[in-house]
Write a protein that binds this ligand. Sequence first.
Ligand code: ADP
Length: 274
Amino acid sequence: MSNQPIICVENVSFAYQVNQDQQIPVLQNVSLEVYPGEYLAIIGHNGSGKSTLSKHLNGILTPLEGNVLVNGINTRDKGRIHEVRSRVGMVFQNPDNQIVATIVEDDVAFGLENIGVFAEEMKDRIDFALDAVGMSAFRHRPPHHLSGGQKQRIAIAGILAMKPQCLVLDEATSMLDSYGRQDILAVVRKLHREGMTIVTVTHHMSEVAEADRVVVMEAGKVVLQGTPREVFAHQEKLKELHLDVPDASRIAALVHSEYPAFNPNLIHNEEVVA
Ligand code: ADP
């Protein structure tokens, strides 16, 4: 891992403005760095601010106080927001909300059209992105015929086509069945092995165990961070935060276990029958 972070979150505070005189404070003085090639998991109880923090990582939200820098670009600089977004891509919870086109390849091309990529390069990037998520065979299909996991893979392909350095997944598996979840985890694991920086917001401890580093949030603050093994050792604190703590034997099996290599043929390609 290089010493230059891709993302620097510096003393960020944030509140949602609900009406003229009411604000909901959510993040309080959060600092965090994301380094090239690392796999970072953000966990915490519902409402602790994980999603709000993740939306700061590519400028969807702008801090009330403090700064977020992506490769040195301040996300407040709206003139450079396309650069920020092409470097840090986000996948959200609901796959249906992320599909914009009626054919898979058009959906993957959507972001590329917005940044004016030429036709030849666009084709190469779509080929690369669909191959990376094991969905090349679905190129000419309508996305609404796909399963939730497959739609999420198309959403990831749309981001990969932009050639980002970092992929942020905000509870990206939470609306999927266990097959869909395993599909997405296999894709994410493969991308990480190939060098992609991953930030994942999750409440699944098995996903947390795969990360290089875990950040635990409570009431808008980072209260714990470290390797999965270090964080899992704080059993009392995790229980206090209502986080499901794996027992010691499961931790040993989860942490640093060897996962099988990515094999698109093992991904569940069955279609949802309408
Ligand atoms: P988490 O991802 O940890 O569940 P969130 O970042 O989604 O937490 O939410 C943190 C707090 O901010 C919660 O109290 C939530 O109700 C509030 N919140 C989230 N989104 C909005 C919004 N768009 N408007 C007002 N309050 C919000």
